[in-house]
Design a binder for this molecule. Sequence first.
Ligand SMILES: [Zn+2]
Length: 73
Amino acid sequence: MTPEFSEHPACPKHTDSMVPHTFELEEVALPHGVQVFRCPNLSCSFFYATGAMKGFYTFKSSGDLMPHPQGSV
Ligand SMILES: [Zn+2]
C-alpha cells in the first residue's frame, strides 16, 4: 500500500503550509495523478507539484509552470 500524500509542502518564500489547488483544464495540463499545492498568500506565485512533476514551481503570467530549485529563493 502506498500512503496517500498527507503532508502539505511549505512555501519556500513564506514557510506557510501550501494548500491544494486545482487548475482549470485549459490553464495547465498536468500529468495524471499529479496533485498541485499553492501558497496561501494569493500574491505569491509558488506552487508545489507531486508525483511525476514533484518539486516547486513558479506560475508565470504566460500560463506556464516554471520549475524552481527548492531553497534558492
Ligand atoms: Zn508564498
